[in-house]
Structure formats: C-alpha cells, structure tokens
Design a protein around this ligand. Sequence first.
Ligand SMILES: CC(=O)SCCNC(=O)CCNC(=O)[C@H](O)C(C)(C)COP(=O)(O)OP(=O)(O)OC[C@H]1O[C@@H](n2cnc3c(N)ncnc32)[C@H](O)[C@@H]1OP(=O)(O)O
Length: 441
Amino acid sequence: MTFGIEAVGYYIPSLYLEIKDLAEKRGIEPAKLEKGLGLHRMGFPDVHEDAATFAAEALLKLIKDYQINPEDIARIYLGTESALDAAKPTASYAMQMVEKVLEEEFGERCFKNCDVVDMTFACVGAVDALHNSLDFVRVNPDKKAIVIASDYAKYELSSPGEYTQGGGAVALLVSSEPNLLEIENFWGVATESVFDFFKPRRYYQKEELTTAPETYPDKIEIFTDEPVFDGQYSNQCYQDRIREAYSHYKEITGKDKPYKDWKYLIFHLPYAFHGKRVFTEIFSLENGLSYRTPEEQKVVAKSEDYLQFINEKIEKSQRASSEIGNMYTASIFMALLSALQTSFNDGEELTGEKIGFLGYGSGSKSKVFAGAVSKNWKNVVSKWNLFENLNERTAIDFESYEKLHRKQLKESVNPDYSGFGLESVETDNPVLNGARYYNYK
Ligand SMILES: CC(=O)SCCNC(=O)CCNC(=O)[C@H](O)C(C)(C)COP(=O)(O)OP(=O)(O)OC[C@H]1O[C@@H](n2cnc3c(N)ncnc32)[C@H](O)[C@@H]1OP(=O)(O)O
C-alpha cells in the first residue's frame, strides 16, 4: 500500500507589489533583489485577508476542485506561524468559514467529527503536520487527512526582511490514494534550539503604547506578527540543519548521494534563490569539493556542474516564489507546485520520478524526505493553472503597500472581492474581546 498526497488546493493573496518599486523606494539596487535573490513580485494581503482566510480559500478550493465529501475528512492539521490567537487555532476559523459555505450541500457543521488543530514550528510546521498526518493514514488507511500550510510573512518596514515578505496557503489531501505523490516513510531530522528568527512576547512600557488604558500594568507583554531575526545567522542555521538532516536521511535509508536520484529538489524557499544558494555545501560534500573559505564556496556556486545541476533540478521550483515571495510554512509546497506545474505545461512525463524535499523552520529544525510522482499526477495538476492565477492579481503602488502594512486602510483595496473576508473584530465586548468574524461573498 502507498501513502502520500492525493490532491492539492492553494491560495495566493489578491494583491502584489513590484519588487523594483520597493527597491527604488528603499535605495536598494533592483538587480540585487531580482538577480541576486530572484525576487520579482511580492504577494500581499488585502485588508480583509489573513492567515485564516488564506487557509479557508485553499481548503474550499481543494474540496471543490476534487469533489471531496467533507465528511470523509478525519482531520485538518494546519501548519502556521501566523496564528491569530494563542489559544484558539487558526484551523478552527478556516474550518468554520468553509463549513458555512458547504452548509447547503452537506448540512450544518459538516466537520463536526473532524479533528482540527494548528501545528507551529516556524516554516517547518506544515511539514510536521504532513509527517504526522501520513503516520495517521498509515495506521488508518481508510481515512483521509487534510494538511494546510497558511501564513502571512510580514517583516518590519525598511528591515532587511522587508523584501522577503509574502503569504498564502496550500492545502494537501493526504491518503492511501496518492494520485499526485507517494511519500516514503524515511524522515531525516535535525533539531537545535537557536534564536535565528523568532516571534517572542515583546515587552513594552505602558507609556510606549499610546492607546493603553489606565488599568494596564506598567510593563505590557505583546505578541506581534513581525519577527526578531538575524538574517545571515538564519541562513547559516538553515544550511547547518539541512546538512545534518540530509546526512541523517542518508544514514536511515543507506542511500549514497540520494540527491542524484531526485528529479527535483524542493526546498523551503524564504526567497526564490535560497535553496540553490545554500545547497552548495551538500553538493561539495557529496562531490569531494573543497568548501572551507568564501572563495572556495564561490568557485563551487559558479562552476559549470553546479549551474547545470540548478538548471535541471531546482530552477522550476523557484518560479512561483519569484512571483509571491515568502509563504513561510507554505513555501516548500508552493515550490513543489511550481516545479510540477512547469513540467505539466512543458508536456514532460514525470511518472515514477523521485522528488526530494528539504524543509526548514527557524528555531530550528530541518526534515528531509522523498517521494515518487504517481501515474495520475497530470489529473491532479490540471486543476491548478498556477501561473495564470498569479497573473490575475491586482498590483498596488508603494503608498498603498505602506498603508496596508501599517494597518492604516479601513476599506479593502478590492472592495468587490469574491471569497472569504474578515468582517469585524470585537473590541468593546469584554467576554468576546478579540473574537474575529468572517464572511463569504
Ligand atoms: C525565515 C527563514 O526561512 S530563515 C532563512 C532565511 N532568512 C530570512 O528569510 C530572514 C529574513 N530575510 C533576511 O534577513 C535577508 O533578506 C536575507 C538574509 C534573506 C538576505 O540578506 P541580504 O543581506 O539582503 O542578501 P545577501 O547579501 O545574503 O545576498 C545578496 C545576493 O545578491 C547578490 N547581489 C548583490 N548585488 C547584486 C547586483 N547588483 N546584481 C546581481 N546580484 C547582486 C549578492 O552577490 C548575493 O548573492 P550571492 O551570495 O549568491 O552571490
């Protein structure tokens, strides 16, 4: 019996900013962002969008595109690091939104007996949800699970993370009918607790908060959606963890140079070129190349062999990322969609091809695993139209981007949007303070 991904839905935020507009306004050479990091456009949520609406959109698309009966879904596990609440899972909001839309067809509370939860470990949380859900279907082969990766990657204005923002969601149907990808049960894992990127409770003095009521204590703890991070250190942690997890994967599979068998290498992509920039170390180790000094590292990165390797095994997975930016937990799955959609559009045959995954979450953990493309893959991919959908988004100018970022806009940029949207957040009701209400139109 085989297990893996049966079907996939996704959602991309409805707005985008041209990266060259950001570069110009921040005094950064556009070529650094475009040619150095592979960034072209940055997906950005409208006023009514958040990690819950992204997740609900991807879930509904998955259910509709593949005509899934929601009552057949035993669990919905959502990987996110953009949780809207520290107790009530974002998955519960997404589930409720979708339940409402499906009410007419399936009756009230069609997910009543569904196990719903969030999983958090920075960008690797949805890989954890996938790993866990695969274990679940292996034990219960007659059951199906849905894994959703949903995030809004937001950094402080003018910070070095600003040009690596983005967002969106990917929803995977996980089952014993893996029409898209059969996933092996070998998981290379590497974990080390570090502070490369994190979202702690931050402490503020009351006088720093202009709106703090008198009754608040003098020092206030607040969660913000913008991380504390050290960019170059996070790159180093990513590189170290994937090297360790890859080595663990080799140990448990007994495979020599497994990357050579992979048609595509699918990375967590905080920006489009990240995977190809950090894999140089493993490539050097596997091929006996010297990799100690920055000069030696540059020689490997620019070598004919490495460039050919990138072109064959990584480049197609970068294309969607260049258009969207960082999707945190969803980035690795969007990289998969990008590669498969491109192969599909090019008329390539992938049945039986092996695909390797290198996931990373700050804080920090990497998981390395692999799968094989199923014979029905084209039926699954034919529903996506990924690159057409990316071209349907609305461009925003730099001023609107800054206002959206600062939460200064009251009305949506697209007030006539169709789909899920945040309608209101309770502010005056003491027993419901902070409760969020969504609509569908
Ligand atoms: C969240 C996670 O996933 S952890 C791992 C990644 N970390 C993050 O995403 C944290 C948030 N982001 C950041 O901190 C930053 O945006 C980073 C770390 C991703 C990038 O940092 P920067 O200092 O802006 O870029 P960096 O100097 O590393 O790389 C710039 C690249 O552009 C190239 N470049 C610079 N100028 C130009 C130019 N004019 N033309 C072409 N290329 C250029 C550089 O050569 C370099 O590429 P190379 O090393 O392949 O040669």
